[in-house]
Design a protein around this ligand. Structure first.
Ligand SMILES: [Zn+2]
Length: 119
């Protein structure tokens, strides 16, 4: 299990397994946030303090990006699509740097083709 959270500690995240790969996406929001995403099943994730977050929902309203309203760290996203409860993303930057160091960083072309650029 890995444990992490936002900078001020209002949001704490536990995930059952450390990621073997994280995604660096170049879409319009991800490139601004600079997060590194991994996608555990929501059942493998426990979030304390989600009520301390604000959700940002962009144009096509497919997901809600949560950030701590105190320190601003983007912690995770949840799907807003019908049946999307099985999907979420967690920002690996919220954990010990060793978590990112141990993972393969994959570059996703979310801005255009939705292909991984390193395939
Ligand atoms: Zn915070």
């Amino acid at each position: 299990m890995i444990e992490g959270g936002c900078h001020c500690g209002a949001v704490r995240i536990e995930v059952e397994e450390a990621p073997t790969a994280v995604t660096d996406c170049n879409c319009s929001i991800c490139r601004r946030l600079g997060g590194l995403w991994f996608y555990p099943h929501p059942r493998q994730v426990r979030i304390e303090g989600e009520a301390a977050t604000v959700a940002y929902v962009q144009g096509d309203r497919t997901l809600a990006l949560h950030h701590c309203q105190a320190c601003g760290c983007t912690t995770h996203w949840r799907s807003l699509e019908a049946g999307g409860g099985e999907r979420m993303g967690v920002n690996a930057r919220m954990f010990d740097p060793q978590v990112v160091a141990a993972a393969r960083v994959r570059r996703l072309d979310g801005a255009d083709t939705w292909a991984y650029l390193d395939d």
